[in-house]
Write a protein that binds this ligand. Structure first.
Ligand code: SF4
Length: 735
């Protein structure tokens, strides 16, 4: 299809007025404006846009533009600290491969070429509407991100489902937090991480399961180091990670034996009588069935499955019994497993049965990944309805329709497919058009080559991003240039449920627009603009989110406006009208959960073997994870900083035990071929005692790693199992 002529009927219908609007009111669309509400030389505080820690950063402005930043000492999250990514947060904005205008590929054999916003919207609406007309509402989908503001996520979900008439949409939060979302929802009745960061400092026993906090959440590790109670720090991880090396007890279990270990711990506590019966009887259901489910997990069974010595397991049990304030923390080592949801719930069960809930220093605490994964879980309107509602519940649909002032039949009572199911439908041809916003699936999705072959089948792929250089953008038919963190206003919600502000402190380059303004443009071009009349700015949308949250567990109706968030240093949900404004807020202090009877639920399931065990042909288990604190996900932003690039390896590597290196006659520092059933890649070999014989580790940040990983998902959360697949390693060039 050719770029439409300005004389085409589509263009005449709407492109003219939109282009006029862009020209006459550029500030409203974010073009060429100086940051609002700021004097030219000033310092303002906003939250970091990388990870879910949600650190406060002071941004220093000169002549209305951000020139530097520093860690905010008064912000209650980071207390004056920041990791390398935070210190370098402005660098990606100045990268020379920023998109400055929309790009369009007129034919599959032709390169992407500049197109006006009007022309881009012509293609966007024309192509997606044509697919809807020919193939129905299930033929288009979007995949979004946990990196944009809550207001933007909510707008996108409402626009796509209620305005454009689509059904299937998901986010890259499926890759990191879906397990926690489902686990909490089933156990507590709502997706509600119970803790506040103060709990890191209050515990006398901290248990980290599948979490390399030192690297993945370095500022939260600093909060652990502020703990004055000489805590026992127990790390459950197959690898001797940086966090494990700093633990008082490291349990280097066999990969994916965590569920057996946690059931074994539960049974040992039951046998020793270390149960808080008062809490269990008053605030939970299902404990009797749970006892029956775990009674076969004796210490012999545990030690056989995990490879742990009996003494280590005994010390673990003793530490939990002795602890007065035990907190359990987990991240991707749990969430990205083949039985992830039940593993997360095994952790929740332990906190419930020992009464470690709702008190300072306790909790079953999932640490989030991306800066706004929590916003996505509550307000993205993807698989759940706005405000954590259920799209299949007619009362919930009526509530949302009433608040938004839209006809109820605009909310289709059908759940969206999950990410992997959307990919499967692209593969079988049922989904033909895809809109990708702020994420890079061509790099990050599991079994990457299969994904890329699948994307090539799309009739129309739109990518909305800051950069045209991502692996996914390079395949797109249409690329929309987006502003980044620091170039727009909005809110993010961190791991401890704290809503923080991001602010426009820099100009987006060229014609790049904030994601929010792109959605406004799409709404106007699509012809559903009037439905979103009230969504005319991020702060106006925040007021709509407040209404959507009122009466829900995530109630934020007590937050007056952005100014209140700014002055308070962020506010944790829930914050209802009339609630006192306090710095730290934890959930379940009264023992009441969000289930209909107010009781938390014990849930369990028999552990099943990993989908792809090591065997004779592929004798090693490949573990994946974060490589360093200075790298973020697919390196799209962190590789734009010369400082960050110096702090991390520049090429991919595999860590292997010195014993295996010697046995295979390999040479550390040289390239080796890593082979899985999906691909063969060549990376640098490192000998490392951080992995046990038979296990290897590769960082997730480099493009080769997910060529190897296996397409397996947890059945409840549909989160991919990135942490385990079988590989072989040979000398480079031998194959
Ligand atoms: Fe940003 Fe996370 Fe680093 Fe804090 S720890 S500065 S939120 S990337």
């Amino acid at each position: 299809m050719l770029i439409p002529s300005p004389k085409s009927s589509w263009f005449r219908q709407w492109s003219g007025p939109l282009t006029q609007e862009l020209i006459q009111r550029p500030g409203e669309f974010g073009l060429g404006t100086v940051p609002e509400n700021l004097v030219p030389d000033a310092t303002t505080t906003m939250v970091c846009g990388y990870c879910s820690t949600g650190c406060g950063l002071n941004v220093h402005l000169r002549n209305g533009a951000a020139v530097n930043l520093s860690a905010a000492s008064a912000y209650p999250v980071n207390l004056g600290m920041a990791c390398p990514k935070g210190w370098e947060a402005l660098a990606p904005l100045a990268a020379n491969d920023r998109l400055t205008m929309p790009l369009y590929r007129a034919a599959s054999s032709e390169p992407l070429a500049p197109i006006s916003w009007g022309g881009a919207m012509d293609q966007f609406c024309g192509r997606f509407k044509e697919l809807l007309r020919k193939h129905g509402p299930e033929s288009i989908a979007f995949l979004s991100t946990g990196q944009i503001c809550t207001e933007e996520m909510a707008f996108l979900g409402a626009l796509f489902k209620f305005g454009m008439g689509g059904i299937h949409c998901d986010s890259n939060t499926r890759q990191c937090m879906a397990t926690s979302h489902v686990a909490y929802r089933q156990s507590f009745g709502f997706d509600a991480p119970p803790y506040t960061y103060e709990d890191f400092e209050q515990s006398d026993v901290l248990v980290f399961i599948g979490s390399n906090l030192c690297i993945a959440h370095p500022i939260l590790w600093q909060r652990v180091l502020r703990n004055r109670h000489r805590p026992e720090i127990i790390v459950i991880d197959p690898r001797a990670t940086e966090t494990a090396m700093n633990a008082t007890l490291h349990l280097p279990i066999a990969p994916k034996s965590d569920l057996v270990l946690l059931y074994g711990l539960a049974w040992a506590l039951i046998k020793r009588g270390a149960i808080d019966w008062a809490f269990v009887e008053a605030h939970t259901t299902g404990f009797t069935d749970f006892i029956a489910a775990v009674e076969s997990y004796t210490e012999e069974v545990v030690c056989l499955a995990t490879g742990l010595p009996l003494a280590s397991f005994g010390r673990f049990v003793d530490a939990i019994i002795k602890g007065q304030r035990v907190s359990f923390w987990w991240t991707m080592g749990v969430n990205q497993g083949h039985q992830a949801t039940r593993t997360a719930q095994a952790i929740i069960n332990l906190a419930l049965m020992t009464g470690n809930m709702g008190r300072p220093g306790t909790g079953a605490n999932s640490i989030t990944g991306q800066c706004n994964a929590m916003g996505s879980r509550l307000f993205a309107n993807a698989t759940s309805l706005l405000g954590g509602r259920d799209v299949l519940n007619p009362e919930h649909r009526a509530e949302v329709a009433g608040i938004l002032g839209i006809p109820q039949d605009r909310i289709v009572p059908q759940k969206s497919l999950a990410y992997d199911e959307i990919v499967a439908r692209i593969r079988d041809g049922r989904i033909k058009g895809l809109w990708v916003i702020g994420t890079n699936p061509s790099h990050s999705w599991i079994q990457q080559r299969d994904l890329n072959e699948t994307l090539s089948r799309l009739e129309f792929l739109v990518v909305q991003d800051m950069y045209g250089s991502t692996e996914t953008a390079r395949q797109a038919h249409l690329v929309l240039p987006a502003a980044g963190w620091g170039e727009k206003d909005g809110t993010l919600i961190n791991s401890e449920r704290r809503i923080g502000l991001v602010k426009k402190v820099a100009r987006a380059p060229g014609q790049a627009l904030s994601d929010f303004q792109i959605f406004r443009l799409v709404a106007a071009a699509w012809g559903c603009g009037p439905m979103f009349e009230r969504w005319n700015s991020p702060e106006a949308t925040f007021q709509i989110l407040k209404q959507l949250s009122a009466g829900r567990p995530c109630d934020i109706s007590g937050i007056a406006d952005y100014r209140m968030l700014d002055e308070a240093g962020g506010i944790q949900w829930p914050f209802r009208k009339g609630d006192p404004l306090i710095t730290e807020r934890r959930l379940f202090e009264n023992g009441r959960f969000f289930t209909p009877d107010g009781r938390a639920v014990f849930l369990s399931e028999t552990p099943v073997p990993v989908p792809e065990p090591a065997d004779e042909q592929f004798p090693f288990v490949l573990l994946t994870g974060r490589g360093s604190s200075s790298q973020w996900h697919t390196l799209t932003r962190t590789n734009k900083s010369e400082v960050l690039k110096k702090l991390a390896p520049s090429e991919n590597y595999i860590e292997m035990s010195p014993q295996d290196v010697a046995r295979l006659g390999l040479t550390p520092g040289r390239k080796v071929s890593v082979v899985s059933r999906r691909a063969t890649v060549d990376v640098v070999l490192r000998a490392s005692t951080s992995v046990k014989p038979g296990e290897c580790f590769m960082p997730m940040h480099f493009v080769e790693t997910n060529q190897l990983t296996l397409s397996a998902v947890d059945p409840h959360s549909r989160q991919p199992s990135y942490k385990h697949c079988a590989i072989a390693v040979t000398r480079h060039g031998v194959l």
